[in-house]
Design a binder for this molecule. Structure first.
Ligand SMILES: [Zn+2]
Ligand SMILES: [Zn+2]
Length: 345
């Protein structure tokens, strides 16, 4: 089968080549990949700047949907021809964190495309327990965005516990920011502000179409001042930091009202400097983090897509064949694309 492999930890080095189709064990399923999205983190792996461990050679990719073609004899509840997505974290289901339902913190978690062969390929194998059926009314190219949707459901629902009437600010109008926006809206946020850079202009426009009440270009306007104006000098109840840019962390803290919540989602390649602990303490601001998703996050994410509360379709700006994946990486890197979906042969 054709697959995209990271072969050397050097920027821009990948190989697209024929490899053996994965052989499944008794508790695994083989899925034919129908659509697989390029995540910002895939570009970081391509560029060899990803801070999380990746073992090489490795088939890249973790956001996908597909059709089951083979089912191991010990797998329950999954059949050949099922339209599915799969959790991108392969976890042990036995450690204390897994038993707490916090699968994203599993001591042995292996992420697809990092420590387990991923989805930029014709086929991928995963444990049967990782599989979730795609609702009948959801097309598979939209279902390929179930993974980033689950990331935002985890942040909005399971970490921030957004409540009806909350004023929310989202820093970064990338795919995660735009899905966070829709999720926060469906959770009952009253007013949503999305911030970005000049290069994000078209993304900020899309944010408005998807329900943002205000958008702020932080290169043209002072986001803290503007947010204070919009909230009677109060600040936002909850701020999601979805950029991974170190200065945005301070901005997220400054945008948050006293006693409010800051949710850090964007992964950083460098430590954040100028972190004012006293300001956080005397204002009782709550710094939370959100990483990936747990098993239980997925059904909620798929239901929200099925109900039309979260719409992945407007985020898909490009669909490319597997052979043109490098072009996809460049489109994402230059912010010419929002979400690139790859169709393997
Ligand atoms: Zn991703
Ligand atoms: Zn575990």
């Amino acid at each position: 089968m054709k697959a995209v492999l990271k072969t050397e930890w050097e920027p821009g080095i990948i190989e697209i080549k024929d490899v053996d189709k994965p052989k499944i064990g008794a508790d695994e399923v083989l899925i034919e990949v129908m659509a697989t999205g390029i995540c910002g983190s895939d570009v970081e792996i391509y560029e060899a700047s990803m801070p999380l461990p990746v073992s090489l050679p490795r088939i890249m990719g973790h956001e996908f949907s597909g059709v089951v073609v083979e089912v191991g004899e010990a797998v329950l509840g999954v059949r050949v021809d099922d339209r599915v997505v799969a959790e991108s974290g392969i976890v042990c289901r036995r450690c204390r964190f897994c038993k707490m339902g916090r699968h994203n913190l599993c001591l042995q978690r292996k992420i697809l495309g990092y420590l387990w062969d991923g989805t930029f390929a014709e086929y991928v194998k995963v444990p049967g327990i990782n599989v979730h059926k795609v609702p009948d009314n959801v097309p598979l190219d939209e279902a390929a965005l179930a993974e980033p949707t689950a990331v935002t459901v985890h942040a909005v629902v399971e970490r921030a516990h957004i409540m009806a009437g909350d004023v929310v600010a989202i820093l970064g109008p990338g795919p995660i920011g735009l899905l966070t926006l829709q999720c926060a809206k469906s959770a009952g946020a009253r007013r949503i502000i999305v911030t970005g850079l000049s290069a994000d202009r078209s993304r900020l426009e899309l944010a408005r179409k998807l329900g943002a009440d205000e958008t702020i270009n932080v290169e043209e306007e002072d986001a803290v001042k503007k947010t204070k104006e919009l909230t009677d000098a109060f600040g936002a109840d909850v701020v999601f930091e979805a950029t991974g840019a170190p200065p945005a962390v301070k901005q997220a803290i400054d945008l948050t009202r006293k006693g409010g919540k800051i949710v850090l989602m964007g992964l950083h390649t460098k430590p954040v400097e100028k972190f004012d602990a006293t300001h956080i303490i005397v204002n009782e601001k709550n710094i939370l983090s959100s990483f990936a998703h747990a098993s239980q996050t997925w059904d909620r994410a798929l239901s929200l897509i099925s109900d039309g509360k979260i719409k992945p379709r407007p985020l898909i700006t490009h669909v490319l064949p597997l052979e043109q994946i490098e072009q996809g990486f460049h489109l994402v890197k230059k912010k010419e694309a929002i979400k690139v979906v790859i169709k393997p042969p």
